[in-house]
Design a binder for this molecule. Structure first.
Ligand code: ADP
Ligand code: MG
Length: 329
């Protein structure tokens, strides 16, 4: 998609950086001067405005997000039309997408996976009790902030129970993270989200996608027919976690783990039995990763070190050093 020129302002917000190139437009990091806080504006590309289906999708994302209020779901602030463009403002999540993390660190420690999974399941319990289905869970739609909290985003194709936006047989979602029923073009339920999350959990634990092949057709075939069992996991993964992920990955929804709530309760019990202190594991792991692995810098860090600030601190250090030398000699 063509990158548009950075605007100076969007509404009353000053634009700092483009932090994401979405399928419908760009994601801008902005500053709200009245509240002195950073926020994100997802803006639909002008050229796409004529495409009714995409506008509906954008509207859908706003409606779904507005109905949510949960620490593991991105918080929406506002929605408005400006100069013919649709803008959705939301909380800025200062962290990395799970995709960015997995691209650099394909296999994550078990307790990190548990922590991410716990947050995602907790968010799904909230989404599903409000009778929504996310339908597009994948690492690019999950963010992990530097405080160690995981957040779901991108509800563009979420579905309200019994209200299909698409015609039967139309497939929406990302091929590699679809459930078998989604691949077949059948209607999706909460259990479809559990299957997608099972794929993500498997990927985090093993460093490999369970079904991905060189093209979408072969990947879809695997989703329909390749069974995953306990022996597909590394030995370091505890048996209870393997069994939970396998149940999330059952092909037949009737045999799948039957709600996000049940998975969450099970995971909670498993985590209580893990030897490591899990009070703030994700944030400490992220800190260690930040030191060792060159993941992209947060736009906030880039902004927080302007050349003038560097010069000022260098001058300060010079002055102090000069003073000490004078006193000592
Ligand atoms: N609220 C946010 N805070 C920080 N980064 C975000 C936020 N929303 C989106 N992003 C970044 O932009 C990317 C694309 O956003 P997404 O909502 O998934 O757009 P699309 O619908 O086009 O896939 C995400 O993977 C993430 O890196
Ligand atoms: Mg997305």
């Amino acid at each position: 998609m063509k990158k548009s020129k950075a605007p100076e302002k969007i509404g009353q917000y000053s634009v700092q950086d483009c932090i994401g190139q979405g399928s419908m437009g760009e994601i801008w990091l902005c500053h709200d001067p009245s509240l002195d806080r950073m926020l994100v504006v997802k803006r639909m590309q002008l050229a796409l405005r004529g495409i009714e289906d995409l506008v509906q999708r954008f509207n859908r994302e706003v409606q779904v997000l507005a109905a949510m209020n949960h620490p593991n779901i991105v918080q929406v602030y506002g929605y408005w039309m400006e100069k013919g463009q649709l803008n959705l403002s939301m909380e800025f999540i200062n962290g990395w997408s799970l995709k960015q993390i997995l691209d650099k660190v394909p296999k994550l420690p078990v307790w990190v996976v548990c922590s991410v999974l716990w947050d995602c399941l907790s968010a799904l319990v909230h989404v599903h009790t409000r009778r929504f289905v996310h339908r597009d869970l994948k690492p690019g739609n999950i963010m992990v902030d530097f405080a160690g909290q995981t957040k779901l985003l991108d509800f563009g194709i979420a579905r309200v129970e019994n209200q299909e936006m698409t015609l039967p047989g139309t497939i929406l979602g990302t091929a590699a993270y679809m459930s078998p029923e989604q691949v077949r073009g059948e209607s999706t339920t909460e259990l479809s989200d559990l299957f997608s999350l099972g794929i993500i959990a498997f990927e985090m634990l093993t460093g490999k996608h369970p079904f991905k092949e060189e093209n979408a057709e072969k990947t879809s075939k695997n989703i329909l027919s390749k069974n995953i069992s306990s022996i597909d996991f590394p030995e370091t993964v505890p048996g209870e976690i393997r069994r939970l992920v396998c149940r999330m990955l059952a092909k037949d929804p009737a045999r799948r783990a039957n709600s996000a709530y049940i998975c969450l309760m099970e995971l909670d019990t498993i985590m209580n039995g893990l030897p490591r202190d899990l009070s703030h594991p994700l944030s400490s792991w992220l800190r260690s990763v930040r030191k060792e692995i060159p993941l992209p810098a947060s736009p906030i860090w880039k902004k927080s070190k302007p050349p003038l600030a560097w010069l000022a601190s260098a001058a300060g250090i010079g002055l102090v050093a000069g003073f000490i030398l004078k006193v000592v000699f």
